[in-house]
Every structure is written in C-alpha cells, then in structure tokens.
Design a binder for this molecule. Structure first.
Ligand code: CTP
Ligand code: MG
Length: 229
C-alpha cells in the first residue's frame, strides 16, 4: 500500500483580495505552495506529490522547480470548486494508484504543517479501514448569530472539532465518495461522511492554519520562522 499526496492549488484566493492567486503569494521568500510541498517531500513514506493547477494557471512556470522532478507531478486539471479539483486530480492519477493506496489531500494554503503532525496522521491511520484527517478540538465559546449579528444562542463546543488537512483516504473510496457527493463539499471527509462512514479525527494544533485572509499570511510567516529557528 503506497501513500500519495495531492495538493489542490487551483483556487483564486478571493478572500485574500489581491491580484495574485494565494498559493503563489510570497511567504518567507518562496511561493506559499512550496512550503506545503516541502513538508510532504520530507516525509519518506510519501511516494509522489501531485499538484493540481488550474488549466489557465500562468504562474507555476515562472518559478524554478529544479530538484523537484523526482517527487512532484503537475496536473493541469483543476476545477471550479475544491472538490472538483480533487476529483479531477484523483481521476488523472487513477492509472498510477491502486484503489487501496492512500491519498493525502493537503491544501496549498496550509504552509505550516509540522512534520510530526504529518507523521502522526499517517501512523494514526495505518490500520484504519476508513481514513481520517487532522483536526483540532474547538477552544473558543461558540455563538450562533441572528441575521443582524446578534447572539441567538451559545452552541456547546463539547465534541466539536475544526477540520484541517491533510485528509487521508483510499484512492478508490475517495473517488467514489466525491463523485457521489457533488462539487460543493469543502473537504474530503464530508464526502466520506455522506457515504455513511466515520473518518477518524487525529489531533492537530493551530500551527497548521489555513491562510485565508491577509492577516493569516503574516501569522504563517511568524510560525514558519519559529518552527525553523
Ligand atoms: N482550490 C482548488 N480549486 C478550486 C478552489 C480551491 O484547488 N476551484 C484549492 C485552493 O487553491 C487551496 C485549497 O483548495 O489550496 C483551499 O481552498 P481555499 O482556502 O478556499 O482557497 P481559494 O478557493 O483559492 O480561496 P477563496 O475561497 O478565498 O477564493
Ligand atoms: Mg475557496
């Protein structure tokens, strides 16, 4: 059974508000996506890393990717939604992957994944029949809002987790689940859940943040500097 990584990187980063797709924003002197690639490449159990770009991507080729040829394969088949991008990527690698091989789907926009959390995910799911994801137990008190941003109720946080990536499932079941679920799923686990299965939550922490808004980029830069000092 092999492990493959798939990085969906066909988004446009509308919530960042800039002109550059966020996977290419400069983060400590390299494009943000390179950080996700480096963590995955350092994990010896990952046989190959597939990067799924938009068919209209014009930035990837602006960078030098020398030295990456062995581990990385670029697929230019991104879709209109994240789920579509992932499904197109899974279809594109279906001749390489066995249905039972693991695929770790990891956001290009999560640059600070610590090596030990990646290892914990792979170890934690080694014998798992379903697969699972990194996630963090919710720490803040949660409020449900009315339409005019007043508190309607306090939602008990017990048992609530925030989903992160990587999300690790078998190539065959993930492909089938995503095809059945449609294009609007915001993560892989949702598709597996819709199928009636229960992905395993592997505890992560807040360093593995997703860069969504401009202030997240600054925070990611600080986390990376701290992790590599
Ligand atoms: N993604 C993708 N294909 C899409 C949309 C998103 O591959 N059609 C990828 C993004 O490139 C990112 C990951 O999915 O690596 C997480 O998505 P998100 O943080 O929502 O990124 P964007 O969709 O680019 O940002 P926004 O929602 O603000 O536009
Ligand atoms: Mg998005």
């Amino acid at each position: 059974m092999k492990h493959y990584a798939l990085i969906p990187a066909a988004g446009s980063g509308t919530r960042m508000g800039g002109m550059v797709e966020k996977q290419y924003l400069d983060l400590n002197s390299v494009p943000m996506i390179a950080h996700a690639m480096m963590v995955l490449a350092r994990e010896p159990r990952i046989a190959r890393i597939f990067v799924v770009l938009s068919p209209t991507d014009r930035r990837w080729n602006n960078y030098e990717w020398q030295g990456w040829e062995e581990r990385i394969e670029v697929l230019r088949c991104g879709g209109r939604t994240r789920a579509e991008t992932v499904l197109n990527g899974l279809d594109a690698i279906s001749k390489i992957c066995d249905p039972d091989d693991w695929v770790l789907v990891h956001d290009a926009a999560r640059p600070c994944l610590p090596d030990e959390l990646l290892a914990r995910l792979i170890d934690g799911l080694a014998d798992d029949p379903v697969g699972g994801l990194l996630a963090v137990p919710v720490a803040d008190t949660l409020k449900r809002a009315t339409a005019d941003a007043r508190v309607a109720a306090t939602v008990p946080r017990a048992g609530l987790w925030q989903a992160q990536t990587p999300q690790m499932f078998r190539h065959g079941s993930l492909t089938q689940a995503l095809r059945a679920a449609g294009a609007d799923m915001t993560d892989e686990a949702s598709a597996i859940e819709q199928w009636g299965l229960h992905p395993k939550l592997v505890e992560s922490d807040s360093r593995n943040l997703k860069v969504t808004y401009p202030q997240d980029l600054e925070l990611a830069g600080m986390i990376l500097r701290k992790m590599h000092e």
